[in-house]
Design a protein around this ligand. Structure first.
Ligand SMILES: [Zn+2]
Length: 285
């Protein structure tokens, strides 16, 4: 009975957003790219948390709390929708003002992933914020930077970011959103091995200009547009039968790897900027 309960819990925990594994990969890549000062501050904050001692684990927290009713206000912070014909992020249209913030809680002013990333980075920079507030902020930022790089978290409202697109992946009935959140990632092996390979790749010279261009753009609104522009590619190659499997996975594996790398590089970029004063001053020169 206990075993069944554990399996059910685990299955639920991995049902959202890059699954747990994608978020762990993003956190791990970022950790390897933090400056010593930023690493020290993230480490200091995470040491205050019993359950999430590494940045990789901390990036999963925001999905774990989705089962907790007291965090229901945070559920719309994981994504945004941009209409299919649009090529810009328009705050009034794509990110509505937040109306359900509980008392004594630090909530973003608007109800989407872009506002959430910007707001919790502000908390990390705020000298008046308490350590507990900063701990929550580092866990939310780590998670939401991952989410915004899963293209279907910046998809279309009309099919709820692919949640309404029924497909079969390797003969399991599911939807396109879940395929991209977790099912394809599971086929790519253990998250720690995947992360090691992605971290290693980022260090080679051939990646330098790519990494530079990713880290030059630290504006979450631009990341949302970039993801939204990728979305049409995810719908291509789905046959009328809705049955997708290894050929689809094989075709899109380079994109999955790149989105995880981009998210990790940019997460490190924004954390370094927020937590390492030297980086901040250096970037102003
Ligand atoms: Zn999420």
């Amino acid at each position: 009975m206990v075993v069944v309960a554990v399996i059910v819990l685990f299955a639920n925990a991995t049902a959202f957003a890059w699954g747990g594994d994608g978020h762990r990969v993003v956190g791990d890549i970022a950790w390897h790219r933090l400056t010593p000062a930023a690493q020290k501050e993230v480490g200091r904050l995470l040491a205050l948390d019993e359950g999430y001692r590494t940045l990789a684990d901390a990036c999963v927290w925001a999905d774990d709390i989705r089962r907790d009713r007291s965090y229901r206000w945070a559920s719309r912070l994981h994504y945004l929708n941009i209409p299919k014909s649009e090529r810009a992020y328009v705050e009034d249209r794509d990110c509505r003002p937040k109306t359900d913030c509980p008392a004594n809680t630090k909530c973003p002013p608007r109800d989407c992933v872009v506002s959430a990333i910007m707001f919790y980075l502000e908390v990390l920079r705020d000298e008046e914020a308490t350590d507990q507030e900063k701990l929550v902020a580092v866990k939310f930022v780590g998670h939401f930077v991952g989410d915004i790089h899963q293209p279907l978290h910046a998809g279309y409202a009309r099919d709820r970011g692919g949640n309404d697109i029924r497909v079969e992946f390797n003969h399991n009935v599911t939807n396109l959103h879940k395929v991209w959140d977790s099912m394809m990632l599971r086929e790519l092996g253990r998250w720690s091995d995947l992360s090691e390979s992605l971290v290693g790749e980022l260090k080679i010279d051939a990646f330098e200009s790519r990494v530079d261009s990713w880290s030059a753009d630290l504006d979450a609104a631009n990341w949302a547009i970039e993801s939204n522009m990728i979305v049409p590619r995810l719908y291509q190659d789905i046959p009328k039968s809705g049955q997708i499997g290894n050929p689809y996975l094989k075709k899109h594996t380079p994109l999955i790897r790149e989105q995880l790398q981009k998210a990790g590089v940019r997460l490190a970029g924004v954390l370094n900027k927020a937590l390492d004063r030297q980086t901040e001053e250096g970037s102003k020169e």
